[in-house]
Design a protein around this ligand. Sequence first.
Ligand code: UNU
Ligand code: FES
Ligand code: FE
Length: 441
Amino acid sequence: MKDVSKLILEDGAVQNRSIYWDQDIYEQELEHIFARAWLFLAHESQLPNTGDFLTTRMGEDNVIVARQADGSIKAFINSCPHRGNVVCHADSGNAKAFTCAYHGWAFGLGGELVTVPLEHDAYYNAIERPRYAMHPVAKVESYKGLVFGTFDAGAPSLRDYLGDMAWYMDTFLDVPGGIELLGPPMKSILNCNWKVPTENFIADGYHVGWAHAAALKAIESPLSPLVGNQAYDVNTGLQVTTRGGHGFGVIWDAAAAIHPVGEAYAQWLAQRTPIMRERLGDWRAKFYNGHWDASIFPNCSFLYGTNTWKLWQPMGPHHIEVWTWTLVEKDMPDELKQMMVATNMMTFGTAGMLETDDGENMEQCTGSNRGWVTRRGKLFSGMGQVREGHHPELPGIVAKGIVCETSNRGFYRRWAQFMSGKSWDELAREPGNAADKREVA
Ligand code: UNU
Ligand code: FES
Ligand code: FE
């Protein structure tokens, strides 16, 4: 195991650049992060009926996620236990069984081996079927419709893993009727390390007025004052690391701000807000009207408001596959849902205006570390260290303003904890920092 103790320094504010390039570090991420953490698999709305399935990845492991006859959801590795062939090549569908194209072994919805060609004549009926079930994902759990899985049977519950992030996410998960993720997901390849987009979504309010200046102008966004960093006021939002590596930034009253035609959505929010206030109280009614950039540790991100939902699937240290869905409330009228899909495509879809702004920067941020000397250097995210602290009413470490790097540091502190191979017991206790002693108004 590589010594990772000096890769993240100064309370998460300094990263060694090798973590974006080094193959050995990447292999250690697959082992210590992707084979242990809860990873986003699907939303329940994608698998309404018995036999509904989809294929995805956990780290670089291909998995099938399927709705069982008893209504539960199971996941298992999409590789035939006989000689290793990929069993299911479809992105999604409905099946009674999964049959391998190589020798014809067939598996039930739970991954159990159900049919073996020539079982009598060639195996003399001596094959121990349970031994050849598809490798199960140890735990699959759902939080208000969001389905996650972990390969680690010793992992805490999904609710515990999400921690205070769940309290914040209730803002949009706890809506009457619930949410759905509309797909099929747009998929594209970016030549960047998976942490670069995760840190962008978790914390990077700094780039919005700069990297997205032209796009914000083009869509005549209410965030146009940010363009070129002409006007920025720290009182217009918050940034939070919830602990557990998750975090987000929120701009008040800006949920519909990245929609070129946002009126219908603004009306929806206005009509729903009193209901949300009733359900969740004042703070989360305020969050409900905000625009969020957020990441769930390790590789799932979203922008609430723009309603883009993203998975950054790692494919080696320098490549990812980006999967993008549109998050909508189930009770929204169809017309509004279609508008949400269209604007998500226009802004954060594969060829979306803001997506391409980010993609170029993310690829260069990764690729520059190809240089042998460059790779030995450091990167810095110390912004806002002196302005973060405890909030009297909100959980996590909170800082005023979205132009801040508080949740970036929370992410890298968590990354370092996972990478040093700590037990779940140790992971449950995060080291304190200076923010523990400071109050934020
Ligand atoms: O690009 C982003 N991550 C973003 C855009 C964040 C907040 C507002 C708009
Ligand atoms: Fe931030 Fe260059 S100014 S990466
Ligand atoms: Fe961006």
